[in-house]
Write a protein that binds this ligand. Structure first.
Ligand code: MCN
Ligand code: MOS
Length: 764
């Protein structure tokens, strides 16, 4: 087995300490084509699977005529529910025990257009594609519910567990001198990572190897083990490089089961890559949402009540919640609060997580609503936010661990030049361009799940870090090299990082913007243990030069061990290893609480999210915070909106690598600009099909859409939040961007757009 090793170049040393601006150490491999992405493998004898998908959105498959396809050149198997080998059901990520019924990734009953109903496996991809077109499917069609706006959809089902209430929200609202009430909506949105989903599956006896991009190696490997009834250790899932996931690559999906099953049935490695169009139906993105927000306030703008009712769409078969109260319930101080949420089943693939699920649409509602209140009472939008500043978590009633939001408003407003804003809408203009300034805040919780990590000091003085965690572009390779280099005391280019293989030490999901904090904590612990052992060797070994010094402690710096009492040059790590005859020092450490460090269930602790602590477990409420300032320019005739410039100030605590954290924030902000102005999954109301299932019609921002983005870090180390003082980074930037833009568009034009995206037709 070869595991990809990634390490920094020589000369990076100055930036290599924790907190340094080291460039991505996986960058050169990614841009020169050396990085081996999962789908680029070619095991001997590999064949190709192509999916046949439902053309109807609701009903059932009456029969499948595979005769012509089976006779087509190169075809090895047409897999249907009738001939597929049975698969077992698996535990879900919440650790719900599996049902006894088999798991059927190929459906007979149809609940959305694009559902997988058969797969054709052939010697070549072209043969499989051609034969898939010959598969004839006979359906019995039933009426479909196309989306939230379909009159048949109704109000959906209440989700009592999402209810958040305190005080007397309705009573206080009724008595409030100022009341506003509006509905805010976000459309269906998709993750669209550039690398599409897919996998290569190979069986050797009852051992399974899967090459597949994954945000959660351990979670997906556990599902595969359970589906195919083999021990966890028999699955090797490999994912050294990933071309983006944004929440969509964390869980095992139907097409994975189909490919692995085909490989088992044929005794050949099978490759299945979903097409770009299928990335809109093989898994779901962010569900469409709607929410009504009522604010009650005093005449001078102080909130007395917030009442929110919301709903998101889900699939017919499963409940996916997009928690709309998540930001509403913590952003502002209010004595009375009520948030309730429904889910509305429609004929869609099950929606999933898309960067900041919950926080993102939640912020769109409350951050537009507070802006509307600011105009209503004639207070500056920054001022009204400070006036209603929450000094503690108003929901959990706990102090914030750190909340540098005031500092963020101050730093952002200053750098943006907010004071130049003229209060009246449509009052700033340059030629034919209406100019608008808008502001909105955002937040993302600090989640905590245990992990483990292995650190080795090798005979040549180099260091190895190993984890089954992953890097999909966010910077894991780089920050782990920095963490180990700093903790042990070696130059960063001496550290090799191995990630993305299920045979490596267990790691939790790289999702929920938790992974950097967790895995740096585990690596730090392991690295310190390895360094302590190294120092012990240097002190105690009879051959060690430090014996005579009677030193009881030593320091390791830049790969050299020395005594603080000795002015001599010290001894290199490799030399100590040699003198003491050691090939390696190895430390495996985990951050599991004592009660979970149980051998039998050891792997399970990393394959469900049941060990995750909520942001309010403990004495403090832990969150990252941000504020975005936006200038838009709107063409007075056409209504085209351009974001002209943006300044964001963010509090993610201590940054392990500011260059990468800034890049993460900007990536989120760019997605937020796309959400505000471009992105909208459009469903054909007649047949429930996604109409814009490609990157030509589902628009994401390009360079031309993005102005200069300035990001300012206002965080300070927060050791309540994590071992090394960092808070969440990856999803923070996208929260609050769309409302900041909507607020700026209102300021520019006097037109309030409450349903995303803000397109020209809504402005003219
Ligand atoms: N970081 C830092 N200091 C901190 C915390 C983080 O410097 N205190 C930097 C590090 O470079 C770290 C990165 O920020 O690698 C992200 O850290 P974190 O916030 O812990 O997020 P995760 O590692 O858990 O990554 C997942 C997160 C999520 S949930 C989505 S969605 C998302 C995101 O990261 N998808 C991404 N960023 C992405 N970036 C890329 N390129 N591709 C995706 O698919
Ligand atoms: Mo991110 S949506 O939590 O993977």
């Amino acid at each position: 087995m070869t595991i990809v090793e990634t390490r920094a170049k020589r000369g990076d040393a100055a930036d290599g300490a924790l907190g340094g601006r080291l460039s991505r150490i996986d960058g050169p491999a990614k841009i020169t084509g050396l990085a081996d992405y999962a789908l680029e493998h070619h095991p001997q004898g590999m064949v190709h699977a192509v999916l046949v998908e439902s053309a109807i959105a609701s009903g059932r498959v009456v029969s499948i005529d595979a005769n012509a396809a089976e006779r087509a050149p190169g075809v090895l198997l047409v897999m249907t529910p009738d001939n597929a080998l049975p698969i077992k059901s698996a535990t879900d990520w919440l650790n719900t025990p599996p049902s006894d019924a088999p798991y059927e990734p190929l459906a007979r009953s149809i609940t959305f257009a694009g559902q997988h109903i058969a797969a054709v496996i052939a010697e070549t991809f072209e043969q499989a594609t051609a034969a898939a077109a010959l598969v004839k499917v006979y359906y019995e069609e039933a009426p479909a519910i196309a989306g939230l706006d379909d009159p048949k959809a109704g109000d959906g089902m209440p989700l009592d567990r999402m209810t958040i209430e305190w005080g007397d929200a309705h009573g206080a609202l009724a008595n409030a001198p100022i009341r506003i009430k509006h509905e805010y909506r976000t459309p269906r949105e998709y993750n669209v990572p550039i690398e599409p989903h897919g996998l290569i599956a190979e069986w050797k006896g009852d051992r399974l190897t899967v090459w597949e991009p994954s945000q959660w190696i351990d979670g997906m490997a556990r599902t595969y083990a359970e589906w195919f009834d083999i021990p966890f250790e028999n699955v090797e899932l490999r994912s050294p490089y990933i071309g983006g996931g944004f929440g969509s690559k964390a869980l095992a999906l139907e097409h994975g089961a189909i490919a692995i099953n085909a490989a088992r049935m044929l005794g050949r490695p099978v490759k299945l890559a979903v097409t770009r169009a299928q990335t809109f139906t093989a898994y779901g993105g962010r569900p469409a949402t709607r929410q009504t927000i009522e604010l009650g306030a005093t005449r001078d703008g102080k909130l007395v009540s917030i009442v929110q009712t919301g709903a998101n769409e889900t699939s017919m078969k499963a409940v996916q919640v997009e928690p709309l109260g998540s930001v509403t319930s913590i952003m502002y101080a209010t004595p009375n609060f009520s948030s309730r949420q429904n889910v509305v089943p429609v004929n869609t693939v099950k929606p999933g997580a898309l960067r900041a699920p919950g926080e993102n649409p939640s912020a769109f509602g409350i951050e537009c609503a507070i802006d509307e209140l600011a105009y209503e009472v004639g207070i500056d939008p920054v001022q009204i936010r400070l006036l209603n500043y929450a000094e503690e978590d108003p929901h959990a009633r706990k102090p914030w661990s750190t909340r540098r939001l005031r500092e963020a408003y101050a730093a952002g407003a200053e750098a943006f030049g907010w004071s130049a804003r003229q209060p009246k809408p449509r009052s700033m203009r340059e030629g034919n361009q209406l100019i608008g300034y808008g502001v909105a805040a955002g937040t993302y919780p600090v989640r905590r799940t245990p992990g483990e990590a292995l650190v080795r000091i090798l005979g040549d003085g180099s260091v190895e870090v190993a984890s089954s965690g992953i890097d999909m572009g966010q910077g894991t390779y780089t920050i782990l090299a920095q963490t180990a280099a700093e903790a042990i005391g070696v130059p960063v280019e001496k550290v090799r990082v191995k990630l993305g293989d299920s045979s490596l030490p267990r790691a939790p999901v790289a999702g929920g913007s938790q992974f950097a904090n967790l895995i740096t904590g585990a690596v730090h612990k392991a690295a310190l243990a390895a360094r302590d052992e190294l120092i012990g060797l240097a002190i105690n070994d009879p051959n060690s030069p430090f014996r005579d010094l009677q030193a009881n402690t030593l320091i390791v710096e830049n790969g050299v061990i020395s005594s603080p009492r000795d002015t001599g040059a010290g001894v290199g790590i490799a030399e100590i290893m040699q003198r003491t005859g050691r090939e390696r020092i190895e430390a495996l450490r985990d951050t599991l609480p004592e009660n979970l460090r149980n051998e039998k269930d050891h792997f399970r602790n990393f394959t469900t999210i049941t060990t995750m602590l909520s942001p309010t477990d403990g004495d403090y409420s832990l969150h990252s915070w941000c504020v975005h300032f936006v200038e838009v320019r709107v063409d007075a005739d056409f209504g085209t909106v351009r974001v002209a410039r943006m300044v964001s100030a963010l509090d993610s605590g201590r940054l392990y690598n500011p260059k990468l954290a800034e890049s993460q924030w900007k990536g989120g902000i760019i997605m937020g600009i796309g959400q505000a102005l471009l992105e909208e999954g459009i469903v054909d109301a007649r047949n429930g099909r996604v109409m814009n299932n490609n990157l030509g019609d589902y628009l994401v921002p390009t360079n031309a859409d993005i102005p200069d983005l300035k990001v300012i870090s206002v965080g300070i180390p927060d050791t309540h939040a994590s071992v090394l003082g960092g808070k969440a980074v990856g999803e923070l930037g996208i929260v609050g961007v769309a409302p900041a833009i909507a607020n700026a568009v209102y300021h520019a034009t006097g037109v309030r757009v409450r349903d995303l995206p803000i397109t020209m037709d809504k402005l003219t």
